[in-house]
Design a protein around this ligand. Structure first.
Ligand code: FE
Ligand code: FE
Ligand code: ZN
Length: 277
């Protein structure tokens, strides 16, 4: 079954997100665990979570993706910022157990001039603190555009992080189409080649989710500016290939395009139309 959804506001709780998703034709969704600028998360409302589980069953929502605040930086040069990232991830993962067996995505971070090697080590250290064998959540490293000193724009960097982590069975990767293109991988003309490279370097079994975003910029631009599906440099055909690719088609897909709900509903409709049953 085609698992398709988009990024939703978490302001009104889990049940509301499930209902919103269902109302726009989605059967999954992504949300921020807290204000993306950081700060404390709202306490979990257990009755809301219970309602969420009920309606999810009804709507066929069987996986959701929580996104860490994008301002977290596990590999900052400032100890207090690294500590904040650790505490936030720990807290998020504890909260995720109220909605067990789902996915938690984070941006590996920016090394801010310390160098890729130092940055990767800090990310590994963070994951070795926050990941626990008993957790039910799979934590995903997001492939990045390579803006500034971002780590994770090369498959090899993601692989190095995974290699350093003890609890690897709780680790996966989220493939962001805008980021991967911006990073210099040609998914427009050579999707099979890019996926082969992903498989050779990281292993496709690590791939757990896809962010579907067109890009405002040409391949290799390292800009990270998302565009609506079909209105950027990737084009609708690329998305048609991605959602139908035998290695990808069973994964959950999440739109993070510059849209309000109405725009997301339209994109979901188009993608469903393109998905081959
Ligand atoms: Fe992201
Ligand atoms: Fe993304
Ligand atoms: Zn992005």
């Amino acid at each position: 079954m085609f698992k398709i959804g988009c990024h939703l506001s978490s302001g009104k709780g889990y049940k509301n997100m499930a209902e919103t998703a269902h109302s726009i034709g989605a059967n999954t969704f992504q949300f921020f665990t807290r204000n993306p600028r950081g700060g404390a998360a709202k306490a979990i409302d257990e009755s809301d979570v219970a309602e969420f589980h009920k309606v999810s069953k009804e709507y066929g929502i069987d996986v959701i993706l929580a996104h860490a605040p994008y301002t977290l930086n596990c590999c900052s040069d400032k100890p207090d910022i690294r500590k904040f990232a650790i505490n936030t991830m720990k807290d998020d993962l504890a909260r995720m157990e109220y909605t067990p067996n789902n996915l938690y995505n984070f941006h590996p971070g920016s090394h801010v001039g310390q160098g890729v090697e130092v940055g990767i080590q800090y990310i590994i250290d963070t994951l070795n603190i926050v990941l626990k064998t008993e957790q039910s959540t799979t934590v995903l490293l997001e492939t990045m555009a390579g803006k500034g000193s971002e780590i994770g724009s090369k498959f090899d960097e993601i692989k190095q992080i995974i290699d350093g982590v003890k609890c690897q069975e709780k680790l996966g990767v989220c493939f962001d189409t805008c980021h991967v293109s911006d990073a210099g991988y040609d998914i427009v003309n050579n999707l099979d080649g890019v996926l082969q490279e992903f498989d050779d370097v990281i292993g496709l079994e690590r791939l757990k989710a896809i962010h579907l975003n067109d890009s405002m910029n040409p391949m290799g631009a390292h800009k990270d500016r998302h565009q609506k599906i079909g209105e950027g440099t990737l084009g609708t055909q690329t998305f048609e290939k991605i959602i139908n690719h035998p290695k990808l088609r069973d994964l959950p897909f999440f739109l993070e395009t510059p849209n309000e709900l109405e725009g997301y509903a339209k994109e979901i409709e188009i993608l469903k139309e393109l998905y081959e049953d």
